[in-house]
Design a protein around this ligand. Structure first.
Ligand SMILES: [Mn+2]
Length: 370
């Protein structure tokens, strides 16, 4: 049996060699935010499917190669396995506009959200495994698993648990840690947003983590991954905005369709203001709105403060911002924070900390649609 990294190298080479000859390209891809969950679901699904069927569904990273450096947790977990992600994975910018037909398996989203599909409409969605709100599309997809879970990876491991159990014994410690990484990050080391399926998937994986490692506990792994994920030292504000960013298009009932973007960040407003200054922040947000041609940009900041308290803040700009804030204010329990806004900032403290982008995005969309 083939290991994970060995398989990924094999899949990469075979993609480069065979793509011109293929009439239909089978690919699996995560959502456009390209977080650990999306990346690991992509790689893991492709691998386990190969174990199961002997066929390659090519794993595609949903962001350009140049943006890997913004995701230090992913870079770290991949590097640990010995893989050279820059040269041994296929990124979205490696796909050509070549009029190929694509058969798409979506993980961690259930409607294609990548810019790429706007100019390459020759695709079919053939499979979905996701933990976001069901957009009720592609009813013929098989599998079509859309279920609440802390991490989408739990759904993938559960779907192919037979294959997972088969190959775990031959995987290296760092390969298993890579597969465990999204589950730990998405559930804060199994302390928040944990569903039963997360627990059962963790048991499948962790059984082998403990036999494969004597020193690294999952707690330490979680700590290391969080540090890497949250590390933005040396980043420009633009880097931070693009690091975990998603867009929603075609919103509204009128003739004019709105487009909105939501960026998640792990720096507190105070850190951002200290580092970049209020004026620069406002300038960059407006530039972003212009460049992406969006009607609303929401920045969702979440972080744990010195007292160990989990905090959420949001910042809204663009032409819809006033009305949207007014409409979601009660639901998200927003209040102004005068200490932070002293120099003209626009941050709202979100007391309802349980609402992440997964809840906030559909809420904002429904408000604009209404
Ligand atoms: Mn996810």
């Amino acid at each position: 049996m083939i290991g994970l990294v060995e398989y990924l190298r094999y899949a990469h080479k075979s993609f480069l060699n065979e793509r011109n000859a293929l009439s239909i390209i089978n690919i699996v891809m995560g959502n456009s935010s390209g977080d650990m969950d999306s990346v690991v679901c992509t790689l893991g699904f492709s691998y386990l499917n190969f174990i199961k069927t002997g066929k390659i569904i090519y794993p595609k990273i949903s962001f350009p190669q140049s943006e890997l450096k913004l995701r230090r947790d992913i870079q770290y977990a991949l590097n640990q396995t010995g893989l050279k992600p820059e040269n041994e994975l296929v990124f979205i910018n490696d796909l050509n506009n070549d009029n190929k037909e694509y058969a798409l398996t979506l993980v961690d989203h259930n409607n294609p959200d990548n810019e790429f599909w706007k100019t390459n409409e020759n695709y079919k969605v053939v499979g979905i495994i996701d933990h976001h709100v069901d957009l009720e599309k592609f009813k013929d997809a098989n599998p079509r698993i859309i279920q609440t879970s802390g991490s989408c990876s739990s759904l993938v491991w559960d779907y192919m648990k037979f294959e997972m159990k088969q190959c775990l014994p031959i995987l290296s410690k760092s390969e298993i840690e890579l597969l465990t990484a999204p589950l730990l990050l998405d559930t804060s080391n199994l302390e928040r947003r944990v569903e039963n399926i997360d627990k059962s998937s963790f048991t499948i994986l962790s059984g082998d983590i403990s036999t494969n490692t004597n020193t690294t506990t999952t707690k330490e792994l979680f700590k290391k991954l969080s540090e890497e994920k949250n590390s933005t030292v040396g980043f420009s504000l633009r880097d931070i905005l693009g690091k975990d960013y998603k867009e929603w298009d075609n919103i509204g009932n009128g003739e004019y369709k709105y487009k909105i973007g939501i960026s998640s960040c792990t720096d507190s407003p105070n850190v951002l203001i200290e580092r970049y200054g209020n004026d620069k922040i406002e300038e960059e947000l407006n530039q972003w709105i212009k460049d992406r041609k969006i009607d609303l940009l929401v920045v969702m900041s979440s972080f744990t403060d010195k007292e160990g308290e989990f905090n959420r803040y949001i910042n809204a700009s663009g032409k819809l911002s006033g009305n949207v804030i007014k409409s979601v204010r009660e639901e998200l329990q927003l209040s102004e924070d005068n200490r932070i806004n002293a120099n003209g900032g626009k941050w709202w403290k979100q007391w309802k900390t349980s609402a992440s982008r997964k809840q906030v995005a559909p809420l904002i969309v429904s408000v604009i649609d209404a």
